[in-house]
Design a protein. Structure first.
Length: 148
């Protein structure tokens, strides 16, 4: 699994479709061979003399905005959980670029400690639901394509 690093990679994926949502997270995906502006495939778009997604692999990025998780410690815990859970689902994810985005505030009254076990478990369970929905949807589309 490759990690998204540049702003242009994140922008390209966020321009794609939202595959799954939970109360706090959204999963965005764009196929590496999807056309950009109806012209060239996304993987071949050049950014400063290098391809945007040089390898045909599963790509993943995590966006955890300060707006939704105020403390840096909390944001780092959430990102670690995103990458950890995504590693469990790596074999089930299609070869595409994905971004997991925190889309709602983490309640600081419910999780007083920024790195509590309760916060880690709640985030982990919700991320597992997110990836399960995304993989079920992608497998369902693959089955429908195979039937036609």
């Amino acid at each position: 699994m490759q990690r998204l690093k540049t702003r242009s990679q994140f922008q390209a994926v966020l321009a794609g479709s939202t595959v799954a949502r939970t109360a706090h997270f959204a999963l965005h995906r764009v196929a590496l061979d999807a056309p950009v502006n109806g012209n060239k495939p996304l993987a071949s778009v050049m950014t400063s003399d290098t391809a945007l997604f040089a390898l045909s692999d599963v790509w993943l990025g995590a966006m955890v905005a300060k707006r939704w998780a105020k403390r840096a410690v909390t944001r780092n815990v959430i990102k670690r959980q995103i990458y950890s859970v995504s590693a469990d689902f790596e074999t089930m994810l299609p070869v595409a670029a994905h971004v997991v985005r925190l889309r709602a505030a983490i309640d600081s009254k419910q999780f007083i400690s920024a790195t509590s076990a309760a916060l880690k478990m709640a985030v982990r369970l919700e991320l597992q639901q997110l990836f399960a929905r995304a993989t079920a949807r992608s497998q369902g589309l693959a089955l429908m394509d195979g039937a036609s």
